[in-house]
Design a protein around this ligand. Structure first.
Ligand SMILES: NC(=O)c1ccc[n+]([C@@H]2O[C@H](COP(=O)([O-])OP(=O)(O)OC[C@H]3O[C@@H](n4cnc5c(N)ncnc54)[C@H](OP(=O)(O)O)[C@@H]3O)[C@@H](O)[C@H]2O)c1
Length: 263
């Protein structure tokens, strides 16, 4: 199937960091993509590098970015919201915010009268993977919201979440970072046990990939008991994890993340 253009054609990225790069790379290789991507940073040069990589354009000011875009993606740290809203100088025609811990009320205060959608993607948007939580499109913002959402849907599976539950969803979609810790540590333990480090890493990653598929079919207890036979070596490993408080550690990670978002 060829590339189809959607009504939202020009996307302006406010910020060119990790999240902007993941989304821009995802769109650059998607079937349906913006016909133009513009980027602006705070002076690091990342906007120009990203524009060169994905075939977009870096612009000098946020006012120009807003003026030349059908919608802007807010991809700065939440603490920069106020300043970028000022710098956009009322030029944004529609806003997609991926800012953590920033409710719709705050966004609407900064962009009065502008259609606003809130989304929580993950860096897996780069490979069109994972989920993208988003707030519902309000009835009076369908014209800009629905095409924007269709475009975002090219980057992963859309899951509608209320504004009130977005922090909880955000704490869960931090999962790539937690899984990266798990993979790194098991791979390092494999290397310490004598495996070539690269082989150990590959074994863990590929085992993870297969396990994710299994977890789509079976619940976690079924998968766990299928691997750990009573009295066996995996059960010994699970017991060591329990003794170290692994389950509590993951709960504490989610709780800490939520506490941070709630200030
Ligand atoms: N990383 C994730 O996995 C993830 C997932 C979901 C949501 N988010 C959200 O995405 C947002 C960005 O996170 P990130 O990890 O991408 O941060 P990041 O890598 O630090 O990138 C932030 C970007 O904002 C730019 N910036 C700051 N002030 C600016 C200004 N006045 N005008 C233009 N650009 C400005 C920075 O410019 P310079 O390059 O010049 O410093 C940088 O390119 C956060 O709100 C976060 O909550 C992140």
């Amino acid at each position: 199937m060829g590339t189809r253009l959607l009504p939202v054609m020009k996307i302006g990225f406010v910020g060119a960091g990790n999240m902007a790069a993941a989304m821009a790379r995802g769109w650059a290789s998607a079937e349906r993509r913006p016909d133009r991507m513009l980027f602006c940073d705070a002076g690091s040069g990342r906007a120009a590098a990203l524009a060169a990589e994905v075939g977009g354009e870096a612009v000098d000011s946020l006012a120009e970015l807003g003026r030349r875009s059908d919608a802007v993606v807010l991809a700065v740290k939440p603490g920069s919201l106020e300043i970028v809203a000022e710098q956009l100088d009322r030029e944004a025609r529609a806003v997609l915010s991926v800012l953590a811990a920033t409710p719709l009320k705050t966004l609407r205060e900064r962009f009065p009268g502008v259609p606003v959608l809130r989304a929580m993607p993950t860096v897996a948007t780069e490979i069109h993977g994972g989920v993208i939580c988003h707030t519902p499109v309000p009835a009076d913002e369908v014209e800009s919201g629905e095409p924007m959402l269709a475009l975002v849907g090219e980057l992963g599976r859309l899951v509608e979440v209320s504004d009130e539950l977005m922090d909880a969803a955000t704490a869960i979609v931090c999962t790539p970072a937690y899984l990266a810790v798990v993979v790194q540590n098991i791979a390092e333990a494999g290397a310490e046990a004598g495996l070539d480090p690269e082989l150990s890493y590959e074994l863990v990653v590929e085992t993870f990939a297969g396990t994710i598929e299994l977890l789509r079919r079976y619940d976690p207890v079924t998968v766990r008991t299928a691997v750990a036979s009573p009295g066996g070596s995996t059960e010994a490993g699970l017991q060591a994890l329990a003794d170290a408080g692994a389950a509590d550690a993951f709960r504490r990670a989610v709780e800490a993340s939520l506490r941070k978002m709630r200030g």
